[in-house]
Ligand binder design. Structure first.
Ligand SMILES: [Zn+2]
Length: 394
């Protein structure tokens, strides 16, 4: 293997190694030079071949077999005749003014993903916390920029909370999920209209979006209607069903007390059709004593059956029947639920128009978000949290 190839692996492609020193056992210092015949001025792009003077720079490179590697480069400064000024020769693989190579940064970033905390990365790479921090987030930002693409045709939108350990306050984040590619598309700070709009303004391809899945939040619905004019909105089925189970649960608590181990709790929350015959008998017998709860329970089961229906037209008829029946009720809770369904009529029915599209994936990513937060022991800056999560769910 020629020296040129060896330098490509050990030093950097343009450099030639002139001397290697093993100092103190855990560092390797390599003295290198660049041997090009001329350089191009970074300001005016004219050719310069007159050497002005030399400067030694020390650059930290990726470790070799657990030893730190330093490249001491004897850099030449060329004199540009057009600008009448000297300039420092650039070296491929090192950013301008940086004290570390690109591959060192990439390596630290990979380690930061694998290790449980940045402190151990710092120990392994024998560098300051600041270096780890800057290398990691610089690399993550680069990765993120490489991955960017215009908005896809089907997205999901949802919120989750972020607890800031330092301030003990809870802030929120809005997540956009790309359904087809199964990844988090973007993350925005906050959940209010103005905050999310600020994030949406930066995105490209709002016209592409054809379907949006969302929870039953009026804010997100307004946003989706104005920002994605070509999209049909789909209310997430789990959020719709949760409205009913929540009411059932609350009413049951009023009867049995707030004990989680109460046997009726599980029986009422489970699907009726999954129960054994004797369990069903218990449920109906018990509900016989509590007519108000029985009514809501029946509607909860009706909604579950509604989501099992195949075909848009049949589903529409069924939902109409449920609403009619709810309209006759004198129960305040039932009327309240009916109002929500009527308000979200199109969005709920769109579930059947688009073959059962739901926000399930978004909820899955929310779990991942929590994991990400816990691993980092909280984030001080939202920007960093966003980069981490986008990288994790790419
Ligand atoms: Zn110049």
């Amino acid at each position: 293997m020629s020296m040129d190839n060896l330098a490509r692996i050990i030093a950097l492609p343009e450099l030639q190694i002139t001397e290697v020193k093993h100092a103190s056992g855990n560092t390797i210092t390599m003295t290198c030079i660049k041997t090009s015949e001329f350089e191009v001025c970074p300001k005016c792009a004219s050719k310069a071949d007159r050497i002005y003077d030399h400067r030694n720079v020390t650059i930290k490179d990726e470790p070799l077999r657990s030893k730190s590697v330093f490249l001491v480069i004897r850099k030449r400064r060329f004199f540009c005749k057009a600008c009448r000024k000297p300039f420092m020769e650039p070296v491929q693989g090192i950013g301008k003014g940086r004290r570390t190579t690109h591959r060192f940064q990439a390596s630290v970033c990979r380690a930061a993903e694998l290790y449980s905390d940045l402190k151990s990365v710092q120990k392994t790479y024998r560098c300051s916390a600041d270096t780890v921090y800057r290398a990691t987030y610089g690399q993550l930002e680069l990765n993120q920029r490489k991955r960017q693409y215009p908005l896809p045709s089907a997205i999901g939108i949802d919120e989750h909370s972020i607890r800031k350990p330092r301030f003990k306050a809870t802030i929120y984040a809005t997540m956009l999920v790309d359904h087809r590619n199964r990844r988090v598309y973007d993350l925005m700070e906050g959940r209010s209209k103005t905050e999310v709009e600020e994030g949406l303004r930066k995105l490209q391809g709002c016209q592409n979006v054809k379907q949006v899945t969302l929870d039953l939040s009026p804010t997100y619905r307004d946003l989706a209607r104005t920002w994605f004019p070509n999209a049909d909105l789909i209310a997430d089925r789990f959020h719709v069903q949760r409205l009913f189970t929540k009411k059932v649960n609350r009413l049951r608590k009023r009867i049995t007390g707030d004990k989680r181990s109460h046997p009726m709790r599980k029986l009422l929350l489970r699907n009726l059709e999954d129960l054994e015959w004797y369990e069903k008998r218990v449920v109906w017998q018990w509900l016989g004593f509590h007519p108000a709860l029985k009514e809501i329970y029946e509607f909860k089961e009706a909604m579950r059956r509604f989501y099992k229906i195949r075909g848009y037209k049949r589903a529409k008829k069924a939902l109409g029947r449920i609403c009619d029946r709810m309209g006759y009720s004198k129960n305040k809770d039932v009327l309240e639920l009916r109002k929500v369904i009527l308000d979200w009529w199109d969005e709920i029915l769109n579930y059947h128009r688009y073959n059962g599209m739901s926000n399930g994936r978004v909820e899955g990513f929310n779990r991942k978000a929590k994991l990400c937060q816990r691993r980092a022991y909280g984030f001080k800056k939202f920007k960093n949290y966003r980069l981490r999560l986008l990288n994790l769910c790419a």
